[in-house]
Design a protein around this ligand. Structure first.
Ligand SMILES: Cc1cc2nc3c(=O)[nH]c(=O)nc-3n(C[C@H](O)[C@H](O)[C@H](O)COP(=O)(O)O)c2cc1C
Length: 187
């Protein structure tokens, strides 16, 4: 069976983003099960409904990359106990124009990391409620990761064994969810 195509969105535009580091490590960890492609969001203009009639080319590209993916992995930081503005902007472009919601029916897995003890939990919870409202089919469970300097090693692997196993479990369940959802419904 062909490998699943996973679009990865990182909710940070920071050069040394710890969430990008985690996202790359997840892409590596799951490389035998899925093909990952990183979807750019930092070039999307600030959402404005006036632009919906003639979508900016960056928004067209973004929406087609989501459409072509079997599932979407979102790895996000927490900003002020919520979703970073950069990511929310991308969510809005995905949701619009009315009737062209890129998220509806799309399998999704949300995770993220923060140096704080609760590892981006509140941002993830806010994002879950937004994405469920938009019709995304989210993987259950809570994948909050506290970032420590040695979490990802120099080769881009998740160094801590228990964290690696924890996240591997999520990736495995995410791929199972995608495969199950792609099967025709019994009559
Ligand atoms: C505007 C702003 C708000 C932040 N708010 C939170 C927060 O609510 N909770 C938290 O754990 N960390 C917070 N942080 C710290 C981030 O977790 C930290 O900057 C982290 O490196 C961001 O992820 P990134 O490196 O992938 O961009 C905040 C950082 C910024 C810049």
């Amino acid at each position: 069976m062909a490998k699943s195509r996973i679009a990865i969105i990182v909710g940070s535009n920071r050069r040394d983003s710890i969430n990008r580091k985690l996202a790359r490590a997840l892409a590596k960890l799951g490389a035998d099960k899925f093909d990952a492609s990183f979807v750019r969001i930092d070039d999307l203009p600030m959402f404005n409904q006036d632009l919906e009639g003639n979508l900016p080319e960056e928004a067209v590209r973004f929406k087609s990359e989501i459409a072509n993916a079997d599932g979407v992995l979102i790895v996000t930081p927490e900003h002020d106990r919520s979703i970073p503005a950069l990511l929310k902007n991308a969510v809005d472009w995905g949701a619009r124009p009315y009737g062209k919601n890129s998220w509806a029916g799309k399998p999704g897995f949300i995770t993220g990391t923060s140096p704080g003890a609760i590892g981006s939990a509140l941002a993830q919870q806010h994002l879950r409620s937004v994405m469920v409202g938009l019709g995304m089919i989210l993987l259950g469970g809570e994948a909050y990761v506290t970032f420590k300097p040695n979490l990802v090693d120099e080769d881009g692997n998740i160094a801590d064994e228990s964290t690696r196993k924890f996240l591997q479990g999520f990736l495995d369940r995410f791929i199972s969810l995608i495969v199950r959802l792609s099967q025709p419904e019994p009559h």
